[in-house]
Write a protein that binds this ligand. Structure first.
Ligand code: 6R9
Length: 636
């Protein structure tokens, strides 16, 4: 039996039991046997969910890049670490070996140092899915700088607020990016965001689309110039303490300000590597592909750190699923003989709408494991994925986790856990889920539903919200005493399998992107014609959910052309947050249903948006029940 690589259901249960009864021994063994430490820990775990304070492997010293790169050089130096598949199918794919990746990370790390970046400094990375993105993360980690990757689809204002929140000293970006047939002027977005970011001293620009880019002297530097000037090759690792910060990654919350989740070094490394190995059943020689963007936690843990810590070959795809046509994903799997494929339900739904000929013209027989992440997968999409992509031969791992959890928490272990469509099934070793009822009590037994919490720490969990520990405590540790609250609802069936049903807070998942209602409403309310607004999600065939906005106009707005007004309001959202947060439907209303304490009753608006008018429930207790009729009458 191996604690590190579980094979078979019996073994899973044995390992799981051990992880619950002797969690410290369990994780210590995994950490000891599978990673390189410069100094061993003095204490495996110290925790207190009240404060909250969580420390794993205290006293240990290490560098995560030594585990992801250096230690593979001797045995695996010529093995491909990253396969880069460009947006344009006619551009050659690049196979970057462990040796080359190590060299490039070292060079880049030296460049960061020469620009004055030191251990603990925050570096914002705003790059498309090109090798320099993975290299930048690792270069920061090598010298102990804290990376904060911002998804390169976010607007300049969203970027600016994230740079300022983490007081980043540097931004790494590119002259632009390719997205299907389009190019995007990333540097222009960065320039606009840097109009008010006093902490930023320099900007490193990767040349990707060879566009004319205005470089601000004394601030902006081309990466290739800096690399050329660098005379040294080897960049020694910075020796990090186990709990030194590794990265910040922002996630939406139910208030306006994004939350910078802070992850630390040793626990995150152990957890992302362990879960990668087991959930994807990665075997030496396999080619693994996760189609997420590195701008999300899925990309951090399952494109970069998890695979590289296991010496795996990981594919990075620059483009979109439908370029040059809807067969691109299947073509990539065929071309690179991908063995494990990890994507989002929203992508599966979009692909399933297109002709099957796109799938059938490619050989997908290399696939051994399929996986999904980001939102609940509906039954139809699950079956389409299973039948047409897996040919009923590849188990599907429906993986549930969060930016906050660092790595996968609940998932089948392929070839061990029997799968059921829409069920994330069983907790991974070390994870102790608990469902809570409305009175804050843990619900025991099976065939129950409640709010999903976790009652024992695991190494990959976030340690705080950067700069706001109180908010960390309030958001995750105050709903239930001594439990981490996830914000999701879940069912547990008669066999103990979990099915995640969706958010129970004000976060809406659109095409797998988490969107908080508050920041979007703040953006809408900035439009001068808007008095008040409320947005809700409603079911959408492909995106999972779409946004429906209910908006009260000021008097000055009511005589304006309503279609133009809708466009203008969506434009404000695009500028403040990004195009992913645009509303699909906008209804101007005379009022919003409110409780007597003045809270908007989103529950009622959600039912109206979903056209479930028989499920409005009791509306007589509202402050203004009369507005509901009008909202229903004019619904879209
Ligand atoms: C990894 C990631 C987290 C939220 C999470 C939940 C939803 C993710 C899911 C899922 C049902 C799954 N979610 N995976 N819901 N089944 N397999 O997506 O992180 O962007 O922070 O989103 O996504 O609601 O709470 P993040």
């Amino acid at each position: 039996m191996s604690n590190y690589h579980i094979k078979g259901l019996e073994e899973y249960f044995q390992v799981y039991r051990k992880s619950v009864h002797q969690p410290e021994e369990f994780w210590a063994e995994i950490a000891q046997e599978n990673f390189l430490w410069r100094k061993k820990w003095d204490r495996v775990l110290e925790w207190d969910f009240e404060k909250p304070s969580i420390k794993w492997f205290q006293g240990a010293q290490l560098n995560i890049t030594e585990n992801c790169l250096d230690r593979h050089l001797y045995s695996h130096g010529d093995k491909t670490a990253i396969i880069f598949e460009p947006n344009n199918p006619d551009e050659d794919a690049k196979h970057i070996t462990y040796k080359e990746l190590h060299q490039r990370v070292c060079k880049m790390a030296l460049v960061l140092k020469s620009q004055g970046i030191e251990k603990g400094d925050r570096v914002c990375i705003y790059l498309p899915m090109i090798p320099e993105l993975a290299i930048s993360l690792l270069a920061c980690a090598r010298i102990g700088a804290v990376h904060s990757v911002v998804f390169a689809g976010f607007s300049s204002q969203a970027l600016q607020s994230r740079i300022n929140d983490a007081t980043c000293k540097m931004v790494i970006t590119s002259d632009g990016s390719y997205r299907g047939a389009k190019t995007i002027d990333l540097k222009g977005i960065v320039d606009r965001s840097l109009e008010n970011t006093p902490s930023v001293e320099s900007v490193i620009v990767v040349k990707r689309i060879a566009s004319e880019t205005a470089m601000q002297s004394g601030r902006d530097y081309w990466l290739h110039d800096l690399l050329e000037k660098e005379t040294q090759d080897d960049c020694p690792i910075e020796i990090m303490d186990a709990e030194d910060p590794l990265f910040i990654l922002y996630t939406s919350g139910s208030t306006g300000k994004p939350k910078g989740m802070l992850h630390t070094t040793a626990g995150y490394m152990v957890y992302s590597a362990y879960t990668f190995k087991n959930v994807f059943q990665y075997e030496e020689g396999d080619v693994y592909w996760c189609s997420a963007d590195i701008g999300w936690i899925t990309g951090h843990s399952y494109i970069v750190y998890g695979p590289l810590a296991n010496g795996a070959t990981t594919v990075m795809y620059e483009g979109v699923p439908n370029h040059p046509d809807w067969g691109r994903f299947w073509k990539i799997i065929d071309k690179h003989h991908v063995n494990q494929f990890y994507t989002a339900p929203t992508a599966i739904r979009a692909l399933a709408k297109e002709s099957l000929s796109h799938v059938e013209s490619h050989d997908l027989s290399s696939l051994k494991v399929l996986a999904t992440v980001g939102e609940p997968i509906n039954e139809e999409a699950w079956h389409w994925y299973n039948e047409n992509i897996g040919k009923k031969n590849s188990p599907i791992a429906d993986t549930w986790f969060q930016t906050e959890t660092g790595g996968i928490m609940i998932s089948p272990i392929p070839y061990a856990t029997p799968t059921i469509p829409t069920f994330a099934t069983l907790p991974l070793p070390g994870i102790q889920p608990a469902l809570m009822d409305e009175n804050g009590q843990e619900i025991k037994g099976n065939q129950v539903s409640g709010r999903m919490t976790i009652k024992f720490p695991w190494p990959g969990m976030a340690r705080t919200i950067y700069g706001d520990h109180e908010r960390f405590k309030d958001t995750y540790f105050s709903a239930y005493n001594n439990y981490y609250f996830t914000g999701d609802g879940a069912n547990r069936d008669s066999t103990g399998y979990y099915r995640i049903t969706g958010r129970v807070d004000d976060v809406i998942i659109v095409s797998g992107h988490n969107l908080g209602t508050a920041p979007i409403e703040d953006a809408i309310n900035e439009h001068p014609a808007v008095a008040e607004s409320a947005i809700v999600g409603f079911p959408h065939d492909i995106k999972g959910n779409s946004l429906y906005g209910f908006i009260i106009l000021k008097e000055t707005g009511s005589d304006r052309n309503q279609e133009n007004l809708k466009k203008e309001i969506n434009q404000v959202i695009t500028e403040r947050i990004g195009p992913i947060a645009k509303m699909e439907k906008i209804q101007f209303v005379p009022g919003l249903p409110k409780t007597r304490s003045g809270k908007i009753m989103r529950r009622i608006l959600r039912k109206i948006a979903a056209n479930e008018l028989d499920q409005l429930g009791d509306i007589s207790t509202l402050l203004n029940p009369e507005v509901v009729d009008d909202v229903i009458k004019n619904r879209l």
